[in-house]
Write a protein that binds this ligand. Structure first.
Ligand code: 6CS
Length: 337
């Protein structure tokens, strides 16, 4: 672990040196939290393709692990070592507390078409959040959905009572911690790199993620139950270093906006049927895996917990969070029509 840290620090120093010697920043660096063939990687590849087709710049991609964990790549993007970063609100809790709104259970619908429209047209996402990210030196380019999250555990989950005494890994996000506490579990915030080993050694007994990620990261090997509670969809955000972005000419800024939109449409299309196909792959790889979609009745205790999580969100974020929550609800209602 220590060696990995040293190596990623060395990589970051090497990048800093490269950044200072290449003031024109002709090669733009873009890091993300997943592998190249996972959803964030597919988005990044499409963005790269668009930029390289329409500008004279090139994009260098840094998949998960090459520059460290999520927290590391965010620091590198804020300091300007990286020009672009994909980081989920799950890891931006202390930086942009309002982005924790994405962890209020049952706020987002599970319907993929509705979600796709919501992120594209939402005033909260496209007008309010960019100001909050800008305060942290980041130009928010896009937020996009990565699929409904499912719980994977070592024992069956048919109600909140089944989570009692379960050490449940969550991303390092205070509201997500509160959500799992309200669900009855013992939330355990950890960076992604510690999840597989944590399950293997029984330090944790559960975690949540979208179906494609459960397959691609082989998390199904160290858990025996997949449970769909419908409580959330995984949201992620792509941003640029703000000083870098503001320093670009109008043509480059327009090309970045157009590439972000093209990659958004591509990633929404790419994910159609993905959860089903990846779940089938899990079942083929591990036929004994128990997959359960909870009934409305079984979901009730999770839904009941949502109210207290929403209250905690408002306590944590005050008027600013309250305004975002209200705007999100209005935007979601519009997308549902
Ligand atoms: O749970 C996590 O930490 C990870 N989940 C996804 C779907 N993407 C990246 C993130 O690090």
């Amino acid at each position: 672990m220590r060696l990995k840290r040293i190596l990623t620090s060395v990589a970051a120093i090497a990048l800093t040196a490269a950044a200072t010697t290449n003031a024109s920043a002709d090669t733009w660096r873009y890091a993300f939290e997943e592998a190249l063939e996972e959803v964030q990687g597919k988005y990044a590849q499409k963005f790269k393709e668009e930029i390289e087709a329409n500008t004279d710049h090139t994009i260098q991609l840094f998949p998960y692990g090459t520059l460290g964990e999520s927290a590391d790549i965010m620091e590198q993007a804020q300091s300007g070592i990286l020009q672009f970063v994909d980081q989920s609100p799950g890891f931006t809790g202390s930086l942009i507390p309002e982005a924790q709104v994405f962890f209020v259970p049952y706020l987002l619908p599970t319907d993929q078409d509705q979600l796709a429209q919501f992120y594209k047209e939402s005033k909260a996402v496209n007008e309010i959040f960019p100001e909050l990210y800008a305060d942290q030196g980041l130009e928010l380019l896009v937020m996009f959905p990565e699929g409904e999250v499912a719980m994977t555990t070592k024992s069956p989950v048919e109600s909140c009572a089944d989570l009692d005494e379960v050490k449940f890994r969550v991303m390092t996000n205070p509201l997500l911690v509160e959500a799992y506490r309200a669900f009855g579990a013992t939330p355990t915030p950890l960076p992604w790199g510690e999840v597989y080993g944590g399950l293997q050694t029984n330090i944790i007994q559960g975690q949540e993620n979208p179906t494609f990620f459960l397959y691609s990261t082989k998390i199904y090997e160290v858990t025996d139950y997949i449970t769909y509670t419908g409580h959330n969809n995984f949201t992620t955000a792509v941003m640029a270093n703000k000083d870098f972005y503001d320093g670009l000419g109008e043509d480059d800024q327009k090309a970045i906006q157009a590439a972000s939109e093209a990659a958004y449409d591509y990633i929404v299309e790419y994910q159609k049927g993905l959860a089903d196909s990846e779940l089938q792959k899990i079942k083929d790889a591990k036929p004994e895996m128990t997959v359960t979609v909870l009934t409305d009745e079984q979901r009730q205790c999770f839904k009941d917990a949502a109210g207290s999580v929403e209250t905690t969100f408002i306590e944590m974020t005050g008027d600013s969070g309250k305004a975002i929550l209200e705007q999100m609800k209005a935007d979601l209602a519009a997308a549902a029509q």
